[in-house]
Design a protein around this ligand. Sequence first.
Ligand code: NAP
Length: 254
Amino acid sequence: MTDTTTSFKDRRVLVTGASTGIGAATARMFGAAGACVGVHYRQAREGAEAVAASIREAGGQAHVMAGDLQDGAVRRTLVSDFVRASGGIDVLVNNAGACYGYAHFTELDEDSWDHTLALNAKAPFFLSREAFLDMTLRGWGRIINISSVSQKYGGPRSLHYSASKAALDALTVGLAREGAQYNILVNSIRCGLIETGMHRRVDGYSDELFQKRLDKVLLKRAGSPDDIARMALFLAGESGNFITGEIFTVAGGD
Ligand SMILES: NC(=O)c1ccc[n+]([C@@H]2O[C@H](COP(=O)([O-])OP(=O)(O)OC[C@H]3O[C@@H](n4cnc5c(N)ncnc54)[C@H](OP(=O)(O)O)[C@@H]3O)[C@@H](O)[C@H]2O)c1
């Protein structure tokens, strides 16, 4: 399933938004490589339970954790809850994300802006801050932020989403500078078009628009969630030991 050579046997990995899509694939792959995985979800409990069950079937350990990251209390306590359940946190994957409202910027309402920024940028900031507290104790940590190529296009119907991912990448650079002294390495994976349910849930989705988007991709296909998961394991494993503050595009040439 994974081509990484690293065993994550003694690593505790929290993946946000792991009930489906990229987060689920990442959680499964870390689990298959031996990690104890925090499988976080907001509402898709069944999905998260299925991911956790597959990790346990493979002989790994999994903790299912619920929480809406729009909620400040959840942003402040999710990491410490995971630390209490698993004994620490070695890897944090800030994956949970969405685009609230998909409207031309002249019509975008403030709630869509606020919710998108809160989930995609504010939540990773507070989760990372909490993770730092535990990671500095052992002088080892990896934080991986799941970003997007959308900021390259800045489409007029998702400017707020693009801005939130640009903010996330700015956090990557700043936290990497601060984390270096503690061997906490922070990187972004800037995803291209990945085949998950995300696009179909956006207002105004059509097969035609999806195809137009695909036409911009050099490989002429969408990536799979596993394509992103493999990159996350690469960065969190030994291959990533000398990589920090970087933003990696995994987008089939998009
Ligand atoms: N798919 C792509 O083409 C693509 C491209 C670029 C970047 N990305 C980024 O990749 C990440 C994962 O995307 P995906 O395609 O795998 O999306 P997805 O299939 O829609 O999964 C999103 C995950 O985030 C969770 N989530 C959503 N809102 C939340 C909230 N308010 N609080 C806590 N968790 C919440 C969902 O949990 P529940 O289902 O339990 O609610 C779900 O587990 C996102 O950050 C996205 O921006 C995706």
